[in-house]
Design a protein around this ligand. Sequence first.
Ligand code: AMP
Length: 285
Amino acid sequence: MEIIISPERMYEFSEQCRSRGQRVALVPTMGALHRGHISLLDIARRQADVTVMSIFVNPTQFGPREDFNEYPRPFEEDCRKAEMALCDVVFAPTREMMYPDNYNTFVSVENITERLCGASRPGHFRGVATVVLKFFNIVNPHVALFGQKDAQQVLVIKRMVEDLNHPVKIAVAPIIRENDGLAMSSRNAYLTKEERAEAGTIKRSLDQGLKCYEKGERNAAVIKNEITSILSRTDFLSMEYIEIVDTRTVRPVDTVPSPALIAVACRTTQSKTRLIDNVIAGGSI
Ligand code: AMP
């Protein structure tokens, strides 16, 4: 496995692959790899000849009071895990290479970034869209893999490539979970023992909402109530949002369409860890 730091070298490497007729897949990550990330690599390998995983903790997607400095960066361990998963290239540029002093250009996807995570993390999706477009320009992949775990991110990236006529294909991977249903996340490492023991409640509540939908319920308020009633049974989570939105507009719905995104975000009460999770009713994103 090759480790590439310089964007110029990465661009050149990818161009060489393309000129040999090889398909290139990109898996963008912030590192601290877990089985969710590895599942994206596995899917990427089936869709391309060369798999590139970027590892970059992107400063522009963190708010001033968020965990940019604390975010785990076990780079050597990540490289070992990526190599074990038969990744061909880890692309890990420095912050200065991505955002030099005179950096001034940002990508802002409008409307669909205002709700859900966008409401509590102003500027987050501007940072995400910017760094992802930069990676698309540097790696020029045929296909890029994103996890349903960050569902609004998927909707934003899909909107961006369509709006800006980028030829990359966006593939979405299912959420990989711990045994109790907790969605794997690099931030799970922040959880206290008590919080970790309770965190499976999030998926249980979403499953209850989905069950309600599958039985024929289409009133969003009724489904949201089911989810809330389960989540409010634990003292270890405080809710940020429970929303059912149209996957095209990311607007809350009264009557649940197909597909609809049922998404929750909460913060744990002890370690203040922000956890997100979702299920899709009646289809996929
Ligand atoms: P991150 O390193 O958190 O930026 O995540 C990098 C990519 O991995 C994103 O596309 C995420 O949606 C995806 N991802 C994160 N957690 C999971 C998970 N539990 N299952 C599947 N994909 C995931």
